[in-house]
Design a protein around this ligand. Structure first.
Ligand SMILES: [Cu+2]
Length: 131
């Protein structure tokens, strides 16, 4: 009879810890390379993923504010999603290939890159020229 108690306790512990885990929401702000409104759109679109409740990028501060559920997505997966569209994060760098796929005016690693605002080959809809 005593032998049964151990597995029952384990199942109970598993069920309770699982319930707690489901509610784990992380709110983080970290550096992500980017220069303009296009980067902002690209970053936020790339984070339109399951488990991400909110993603807000500020290209002037180069900061991403993200709120996500750790049971659905990990910080590593978020880094990978950002790297995939060409953006470096505080903890993970995009490959040169990923970086080079970005629009010419978004080359944030190059301090001499021409700004998106002055480029004429830039898509005109949804143009961010506030500031
Ligand atoms: Cu950009």
């Amino acid at each position: 009879m005593k032998k049964l108690l151990f597995p029952i306790t384990l199942i109970f512990l598993f069920l309770t810890s699982n319930t707690f885990a489901q509610d784990k929401v992380v709110d983080e702000t970290f550096w992500v390379g980017g220069v303009c409104g296009m980067c902002e759109d690209r970053i936020e679109k790339a984070l339109d993923l399951k488990g991400i409740k909110m993603a807000d990028y500020d290209h002037e501060k180069q900061e991403l504010h993200v709120v996500y559920k750790t049971t659905k997505i990990t910080r590593k997966q978020i880094d990978q999603a950002l790297n995939a569209v060409g953006h470096d994060t505080a903890t993970s760098k995009a490959t040169d290939e990923q970086y080079n796929n970005m629009h010419g005016c978004c080359k944030y690693r190059d301090p001499n890159a021409k700004s998106c605002e002055s480029g004429d080959d830039h898509e005109d809809e949804d143009h961010d020229d506030e500031d």
